[in-house]
Design a protein around this ligand. Sequence first.
Ligand code: SF4
Length: 933
Amino acid sequence: MQEGFSAFPPVERWNDWVERGRHYSLVPTTCFNCEAACGLIAYVDQETKEVRKFEGNPYHPGSRGRNCAKGPATLNQIQDPERILFPLRRVGARGEGTWERVSWDDALDDLANRIRRAIKGGEPNKVMYHVGRPGEDGYTERVLAAWGVDGHNSHTNICSSGARAGYAFWMGMDRPSPDYANAKCILLISAHLESGHYFNPHAQRIIEAKQRGATIIVMDPRLSNTATHADHWLPTYPGSEIDVLLAIANVLIQEKLYDREFVRRWVNWEEYLRAVRPGTPATFDAFTRELERLYADYTPERTERDTGVPAKTIIEVARAIGKAGSAFSAHNWRAAAAGNLGGWMTARCLFFLNVLTGSVGTEGGVVPNSWTKFVPAPHARPPHPTTWNELTWPKEYPLAFFEMSFLLPHFLKEGRGSLDVYFTRVYNPVWTNPDGFSWIEVLRDESMIGRHAALTPVWSETAWFADYVLPVGLGSERHDLASFETHAGSWIGFRQPVKRAIEERLGHDVTDTRDVNPGEVWEENEFWIELSWRIDPDGSMGTRKHFESPYRAGEKLRIDEYYRWIFENSVPGLPEAAAREGLSPLEFMRKYAAFEIPVGAYGRHEAEVSPEDMAESSVDDRTQRVFTSRAPSPSSNIVPLPAPPADVEGRRAAGVMVDGVALRGFPTPSGKLEFYSPTLAAWGWPELAIPTAIESHVAPSGLDASAGEVVLVPTFRLPVLVHTRTGNAKWLNEIAHANPLWIHTSDAAKLGIQLGDLLRVTTEIGYFVVPAWVTEGIRPGVVACSHHMGRWRVADDQGTDRWSSALVRLEERGDGRWRMRRVKGVEPFASDDRDSRRVWWQSAGVHQNLTFAVHPDPISGAHAWHQKVRVTKAEPGDQEGDVVVDTVRSHAVYKEWLAKTRPAPGPDGMRRPYWLLRPLRPSIEAYRLKAEV
Ligand code: SF4
């Protein structure tokens, strides 16, 4: 148990805990309301066998017994009177809203037949699995690999692609685990990670550091909750964060506040000089002079003029960072990286500060995520696909992180392909993505999407346009195994169906989670096993064998066997820890639902290459890269370790020579941190190969201030909500249910508007109508609207939860013109939950994302969420919540951004650099574009 929780129910009494006269069984699981997977304890009433509340799990190393508001609200979700309890099949046209109950068997057979036909017909990539929040590591990717399908799709490009690209070009790993708890200085480019995603594990450690005297710096145009706790709030103009970061770097360089030795040993400066200054002697002194020259123009004074951040503040902040040195921690996930054309460079410039201060892999610094995230190997690992999916990995975006998911409607409209079976899984693209009306247009079209199965616990705007709505379990009704980079430590968290765990404690064998879940709600993992068997009933396709028990030859895999094998074979230290308590590893994980992996988090790049790898190694004279012909250990994590896969010549990098010693280094082509990215240079972007400024699409130079144009920041999160995931949590919607437009008092005065006045916000493809929130908590010239609210349904008594949605009318006016008009807002309703009659709030917010065209960054592939908009008073006839959009115009904007790309092939005729991360990485042959031409 973590420190400070001595008052928590002791684990030895979890089988019978008495509170206010009631007897409870306490069952640990993990939260599914954001990716952090914090520990939860379900209090199951022994009399009713129902969960009465959720609290934190003190044995979980990431969350340490604490949760944000969304964790306990899991109770609302499992008790939601409007949740889907039985599989449904569409009757009539898609989107018409008529449904019939269908058996799981019928749905499975129909889907399995179509998938088998696609695979056997040589079109495996007509099967697509599109996931919103995975909440697990590797399970479903394994399923797709077993089918031989390159059909994984994600929400990453509307979320974290920018940040991932920025980090990956530096270190080959696409995010840091910030060691906030031990930091002396923390810089956050925020309003996402520290106020929503990973909120609780990060927030508690940031506050610990602050209590110990750490300096907190926050860049955010809006005064976020995180910014209110900062020593320095830098309300940067959107897109100018890069300039401020480079000005800080300049101060560190000019004032010699950087860690020369770290830079000398671990930056690929020789490669930079060779490529860019071939006439210059390749000495470190020459490189430091080059650094001074490259960043000399980013003076604090000039940056103040360009960004509005005072020069004095930039210098003060830079000195605090320099003083913290190796205990400088920082992170950027969404915010600026997800807002701007070139947003990925924000993370690249932020990490530049970590490199300069030598705070990479250090206590109090940032640890590459693959050093902490632990993904244990399952019993059977099918080979990855041999085909390449052009609908998710088009040649225009060879460097994207990752699938170009939000362009799918445009690709389908262009005739680039079609889908036979499309799974949306806990994903709501109609609502969450930009340009939702284009999604509706393709989801309705059966020639583009043959079958759409929505795997979801609740109704969503997207499920409304499905053929099957298949109810899957909520956080306490399913198994998942996850590990996340919450801090400088490694752990696995075990999500388990709590009622199943109770039955097993009572000695009852549960072979199908539907037996304990409400209605016919199924846990997905069992669904995938069953579906895979039906795709390959006789095993002739080579799929079924991956879903056979490792303990009972030829028998169908049981879900407890899947995890039992992992816990017994793939998690270092777990069998021993379990044995000390007289438990099997599975029993141990059912008891605690979390385990800390006893591995060190710091300094792995400095570890020497193993003698086994060295025995079969060779050193490249020019690059000093150490290659080995030895195969990677089969028991290693399935996530990339700090060594990239075999290169195009089939060699596996094992390390790099540093000062004459072979060290593990980083999984980049050079083995070092790549200040100079030869990848960016070789793939058509030499001007962006080092940390440098990129002008955003919302830069002031592109705005017509005289026409009232301003920047809309539409991405900020509230700490109590997550996208559409929390629409079924009544407590959370009571706390937050409106997304007014934040506008500075000076801007409001110019427009003559007051708090609550209706505004029309016009984008390049339409407009939305929203009330004003007049505040000093935002930078002048910038407006902001939270992206949580604006849920809607088109039928009064079915569809998106009534706790959070407005009833709307969708009007299609021809030629791609749409209008959504609110019929009524949230109101009390009759249900099995007495609280539904007590609903007092009316607002459901406005669905602003519908009015955003797609803005795919040509490098990272990230959607650049910020919008150039005109804010005016609402016009006569406008109503709150109105949305008007032209999807013909949105397709034209897609084409404009497509024209910014520099397509593959790159070197060696490749579609994508082989070393770059990619989910479900296909075989190297599939990477070669020329084979397809
Ligand atoms: S931060 Fe909150 S929502 Fe996310 S996993 Fe933890 S408790 Fe759940």
